[in-house]
Design a protein around this ligand. Structure first.
Ligand code: NAD
Ligand code: WQD
Length: 337
């Protein structure tokens, strides 16, 4: 069964392709390489003995998208392609709306034309903004987003909901990721941020491997146990397994399905540093700095709905996340080269 994977050479998409192949699906990858490298295709092949069909192209290109659907027998789409830097979205909002919102629109038009009505979409806990109450359930209000990236995800969710209201034979699954971290356990595939990492885990990893001198801890005066920000970090392989679970269950049924994909547990920045020190046996240099503008104090998921309906639960620990990130970082200090 062919699954179109947009953004399939990126961090989460590429690892999803591995699991798809192992589960007997045939991923068809589209990526414009704006935030990934062709080398990833070799790594997928090395791990699975399968070189997936790959189209280098842009999801915003309507003729290109229609040509892919015409050439293949796609049954379902997992839509990862998008730009994801919060800071960049603030300085380049139009590029974010064009790529994320318009790209999704073009994809949906091409799906409708090809009569493909099953979609899994990568959304984000960012749609919840700064939640009043944790843990966050799928019923927690959305929309009070704090940056253009978050708004692009929220707008896409609204579009998908409107589409489903109009065409109830579609199966649309919105997966709201919390904080994905970690790497493939082989250490051959993982996150490869370009330039200075924005996110905590890749930054810690680059300090541990000697690429950066010191981690800035953004604030130690939050109303949390140790004063640093608390997030629901989820191992990327657990997240990927969540996609497979959704693909095998709800994506076969028409409906608008929405799930939080997290672990249900919050961890602080200092706890992450401690886990990484333990995994890498390295001291992580850090300094306490002012809060990062726009950051929230804490956020973690209630994951009961996914457990109940997808029969899926994250199982990997913080130490697993740190250990796998470290293996990837140590073996590939400059990422995919
Ligand atoms: P990533 O940047 O590693 O992967 C995205 C891929 O999409 C890249 O390979 C990029 O080249 C490709 N791409 C971007 N725009 C494209 C376009 N117009 N046409 C074709 N390809 C395009 O990001 P990721 O971490 O794997 O995230 C995947 C998805 O999950 C994104 O939509 C992201 O917003 C969402 N998400 C990520 C996180 C996270 O922390 N990583 C959290 C929540 C949601
Ligand atoms: C985690 C914690 C920081 C870096 C972002 C996006 C969100 C989602 C995931 C896509 C916070 C602290 C960080 C550093 C630090 N992406 N930190 N020093 O902000 O929860 O979420 O990525 O959808 O939309 O907003 O993740 O990893 O940046 O930060 O102290 O150098 O680490 O303050 O408490 P965040 P993060």
């Amino acid at each position: 069964m062919q699954i179109l994977v947009t953004g399939g050479l990126g961090y989460i998409g590429s690892l999803t392709c591995i699991e798809l192949i192992e589960a007997g699906f045939e991923p068809i990858i589209i990526d414009n390489l704006s935030n990934s490298k062709l080398q990833v295709l070799n790594r997928i092949e090395a791990l699975t003995d399968v070189r997936p069909v790959f189209y280098q192209g842009d999801i915003c290109d309507s003729a290109f998208m229609q040509s892919v659907f015409s050439a293949q027998k796609i049954e379902s789409v997992i839509h990862f392609a998008g730009l994801k830097s919060v800071a960049e979205s603030v300085s380049h909002p139009l590029e974010y709306y064009a790529n994320n919102v318009n790209g999704t629109l073009v994809l949906l038009h091409a799906m409708r034309k090809a009569n493909v009505k099953s979609l899994l979409f990568s959304s984000s806990a960012t749609v919840y903004g700064d939640p009043k109450v944790v843990p966050i359930t799928e019923k927690t209000p959305t929309g009070a987003t704090t940056n253009p990236y978050g708004r692009s995800k929220y707008i896409i969710e609204c579009m998908l909901s409107d589409l489903f209201q109009a065409q109830s034979d579609w199966s649309i699954t919105i997966l709201r990721y919390f904080n994905p971290v970690g790497a493939h356990p082989s250490g051959t595939m993982g996150e490869d941020p370009q330039g200075i990492p924005n996110n905590l885990m890749p930054y810690i990893a680059q300090v541990a491997v000697g690429r950066r001198d010191v981690l800035s801890v953004f604030g130690d005066d939050y109303a949390t146990e140790d004063g640093t920000g608390v997030r629901d970090y989820i191992h990327v392989m657990d997240l990927v397994e969540g996609h497979l679970a959704a693909l095998k269950t709800v994506s076969k049924k028409s409906g608008l399905h929405i799930y939080n994909l997290g672990t249900g547990q919050g961890s602080s920045v200092l706890q992450m540093i401690a886990a990484f020190s333990q995994a890498s046996k390295k001291k992580i240099n850090y300094k306490i700095c002012p809060r990062r503008p726009g950051d929230i104090a804490q956020c973690w998921a209630n994951t009961d709905k996914a457990a109940r309906e997808l029969n899926w639960k994250a199982t990997r620990t913080l130490l697993d996340m740190a250990t796998d990130t470290w293996h990837w970082q140590e073996k590939n200090p400059q990422g995919y080269v």
